[in-house]
Ligand binder design. Structure first.
Ligand code: PEP
Ligand code: MG
Length: 591
C-alpha cells in the first residue's frame, strides 16, 4: 500500500497501465552553415504543427469540460509563441551548427531548470506545461507518432510520473478509470482535471512508477489517497463491496440536489460552493448549491503574463453573477501572497510569506490594482446578486481602509454614470485570531463574516498549513479553535449579521454537524462535497446538533472531540460513506 494526496474522490479497481515517460532520444547532429535556413524552416513547421495540435486539444477540452480547462492550453501556446525562446533557438542554431532538435532540447532543458528553481509552488508546477509542449514539439521535429491514451483497448488505471493536461485531454474517457502519479501538488492541473472529470485519482505518491509494473492489479482509493498493489482476495473483496456501496451512496446523494438544505426540524442552512474558476459553475449547479460562498479571484491572475484588465474581470464576474442569479456570489478580493504569487508583480522574498505581504495588505499597498478589481465587481453587480469579501482582515483599520477604496471606486463609477448595485453587501473573512478577538468591532462595519479556517487554524495554533511535518498539530477540533469559532458566531449574531464558513473544516461531515449546532448560517464547500454535507444537515434536528455541541465543548483535547463527533455522526447518518478514518491515525504515519 502506498499513500499520497487524495486528489479526486471515488474507488477504482483495475489493471495498471504504466505510461512510458522516457523522452525520445534526441540526436546531436552537426550541420553545415548552408543547412541553417532549412533547419529554421523545419523548426517553424514544427511550431505550426504543434500549435495546430494544441488548438485541437484545446477545442476538444473546452467543449467537453469547459473553457477554463481549455485555457490551460493557452498557457501551452504561450510557451510556443515565446519570442525569447524562438530567438534563442535560432541564434544558437547559427552559432553552434547543430541540428535544430538538439538545440531546442537544450533550450527547453534550460527553461525547465530555471522554472524548477523558483520558490513559488504554482510557477514550479508550470514546468510540466513547458515539458509537455517541448515533448510535443520534439516529437513533431523527429517525425514520431505521439504515445497517446486515446487508443486504449481495455479499462486501465494510468500510472505515470506526472500526467500532463494534454494527456488528460486526449485520453479515452471510458477506458481510463483512475490516475495515479508520482508528483503533483494541490494546485496542479492534473488534480483540477481529475476532479472535474470525476475520475478517482491519487497524486504525489513519489514512488508509484517505480513500484508498479504494467498489468499489476491496483486499487485506487481516491477518498483516502491510497493505492494498493496486487491486493489479496480478502482486501479485493472488501474494496469491491466498498466501491459498490460508495457509488450507490454517490448516486443517492445526487438525488438530494433539488431538495432544501434544512434540518429535520425545519432550520434552513445556506449551502454554497467554493470556486476558483468561472467554469466550475456547471459543477456548482449540478451538485445543487445555493450560491457561491467563496470565489477565489486570484486564480484569474495566476496563469497569465499580464494583469487582467477591468473589462476582463467584469466579464468573468458578470458571467458568474448571471449564471448563479438570483442566488448570491461572494467575490473575495485578491488573496495573493502566502503561497500564491504572480510573475507580473515583484514580490519581495520573505522569511514568512504567510505572515507577510499578502491579501488585503498587498491590495491596500497597490490601490490601483485593488480599485480596478472593485470597479469590475461593482459594474458586474447589476447582473446578479454579488457580494464583496475582503481576505486577511486583522483589525478594523484595514477594514475601514478597504471600504475607503471601495467608496472611491463607487464614486468614480457614479461620476461616469455607470450603474452598480448601490446596496452591495460587504463582508470580512475572519481568518486571523486578532480579527476573531475584535469581531464585535468589525461587525459594525460589514454585513457578514465568513470564517476562513484554513488560515485561522494555522495562525491560532502556529502550524504552517502546508508543512506535512507539523500536520499532526493542525487540529480543527482543538478546543481553542472551537472556542474562537463559537465566539465569532455568537458575536456576529449579537451584532445582527450572518456568519458563514468557507474554510475546509466545514467540508468534513462530522465537523459540519458540530458547526450546524454552533449556529453557523452558511456553509461553503467545494462542489463535489455539497450533496454529502446536505445529507448530514437533512439527517439531524437542530436541537440535537446543539446538544452535541454542548457535549463537544466539554472535552479537553481535539482528539476526544474528533472521535466523539465521528461517533455521533455514525449514529445519525450511518450510511455516510466518505467518512475518513480518524485523522490521528493517518497522521501517526506521518510522524
Ligand atoms: C481560508 O483561509 O480558510 C480560506 C478559505 O481561504 P484560502 O484557503 O484561500 O486561504
Ligand atoms: Mg485564507
Amino acid at each position: 500500500m502506498i499513500k499520497g494526496i487524495a486528489a479526486s474522490p471515488g474507488i477504482s479497481i483495475g489493471k495498471a497501465y504504466v505510461m512510458r515517460q522516457e523522452d525520445a532520444p534526441v540526436p546531436k547532429t552537426e550541420i553545415l552553415e548552408t543547412d541553417v535556413p532549412s533547419e529554421i524552416v523545419r523548426f517553424e513547421e514544427a511550431l505550426i504543427k504543434t500549435r495546430a495540435e494544441i488548438l485541437e486539444t484545446q477545442k476538444k477540452i473546452s467543449t467537453e469540460i469547459g473553457d477554463a480547462y481549455g485555457e490551460i492550453f493557452t498557457a501551452h501556446r504561450m510557451v510556443l509563441e515565446d519570442r525569447t525562446m524562438i530567438e534563442e533557438v535560432i541564434s544558437r542554431l547559427k552559432k553552434e551548427l547543430l541540428c535544430v532538435e538538439y538545440i531546442f532540447s537544450e533550450v527547453l532543458k534550460r527553461y525547465s531548470e530555471a522554472f524548477s528553481r523558483v520558490e513559488d509552488e504554482y510557477l514550479r508546477e508550470r514546468v510540466s506545461d513547458i515539458q509537455d509542449v517541448g515533448r510535443r514539439l520534439l516529437r513533431n521535429l523527429l517525425g514520431k507518432e505521439r504515445d497517446s491514451l486515446s487508443e486504449l483497448k481495455e479499462e486501465v488505471i494510468v500510472v505515470a510520473h506526472d500526467i500532463s493536461p494534454s494527456d488528460t485531454a486526449m485520453m479515452h474517457r471510458e477506458k481510463v478509470i483512475a490516475f495515479v502519479t508520482d508528483i503533483g501538488g494541490r494546485t496542479s492541473h492534473t488534480a483540477i482535471m481529475a476532479r472535474s472529470l470525476e475520475i478517482p485519482a491519487v497524486i504525489g505518491l513519489e514512488v508509484v512508477t517505480k513500484t508498479v509494473k504494467n498489468g499489476d492489479l491496483l486499487i485506487v482509493d481516491g477518498n483516502h489517497g491510497i493505492v494498493i498493489i496486487n491486493p489479496d482476495s480478502t482486501v479485493l473483496k472488501s474494496y469491491k463491496e466498498e466501491k459498490e456501496i460508495f457509488e450507490e451512496f454517490e448516486r443517492g446523494l445526487l438525488k438530494l440536489k433539488d431538495l432544501p438544505c434544512q434540518t429535520l426540524d425545519g432550520h434552513v442552512i445556506e449551502l454554497s460552493a467554493n470556486i476558483e474558476l468561472p467554469e466550475e459553475i456547471l459543477s456548482v449547479l449540478a451538485h445543487g448549491a445555493n450560491g457561491i460562498g467563496l470565489y477565489r479571484t486570484e486564480y484569474f491572475y495566476l496563469n497569465r503574463k499580464d494583469l487582467p484588465t477591468e473589462d476582463e474581470q467584469y466579464d468573468a464576474y458578470k458571467y458568474v453573477a448571471s449564471k448563479i442569479s438570483p442566488n448570491s456570489v461572494i467575490i473575495r478580493t485578491l488573496d495573493l501572497g502566502g503561497d500564491k504569487f504572480i510573475s507580473q508583480i515583484e514580490f519581495p522574498r520573505e522569511m514568512n510569506p504567510f505572515l507577510g505581504w499578502r491579501a488585503i495588505r498587498f491590495c491596500l499597498a497597490k490601490p490601483d490594482i485593488f480599485k480596478m478589481q472593485l470597479k469590475a465587481i461593482l459594474r458586474a453587480s447589476v447582473h446578479g446578486n454579488l457580494k464583496v469579501m475582503y481576505p486577511m482582515i486583522s483589525g478594523v483599520e484595514e477594514l475601514r481602509a478597504a471600504n475607503g477604496v471601495l467608496n472611491e471606486a463607487k464614486e468614480e463609477l457614479r461620476s461616469q454614470n455607470v450603474p452598480f448595485d448601490e446596496k452591495i453587501k460587504v463582508g470580512a473573512m475572519i481568518e486571523i485570531p486578532s480579527a476573531a478577538m475584535v469581531c464585535d468591532i468589525l461587525a459594525r462595519e460589514v454585513s457578514f463574516f465568513s470564517i476562513g479556517t484554513n488560515d485561522l487554524i494555522q495562525y491560532s495554533l502556529a502550524v504552517d498549513r502546508i508543512n506535512e511535518k507539523v500536520a499532526y498539530l493542525y487540529e480543527p477540533t482543538h478546543p481553542a479553535i472551537l472556542r474562537l469559532i463559537k465566539r465569532i458566531i455568537d458575536v456576529g449574531h449579537e451584532m445582527g449579521i450572518w456568519v458563514g464558513m468557507c474554510g475546509e473544516m466545514v467540508s468534513e461531515p462530522h465537523l459540519a454537524l458540530f458547526l450546524l449546532g454552533l449556529g453557523l448560517d452558511e456553509m461553503s464547500v467545494s462542489p463535489v462535497v455539497i450533496p454529502e454535507i446536505k445529507d448530514v444537515i437533512r439527517s439531524v434536528r437542530l436541537s440535537h446538533a446543539r446538544e452535541i455541541v454542548q457535549e463537544a465543548l466539554n472535552f479537553d483535547t481535539g482528539k476526544e472531540v474528533d472521535i466523539f463527533l465521528r461517533n455521533k455522526l455514525k449514529e445519525l447518518v450511518p450510511t455516510l460513506r466518505r467518512d475518513k478514518e480518524s485523522r490521528w491515525e493517518e497522521e501517526h504515519e506521518i510522524r
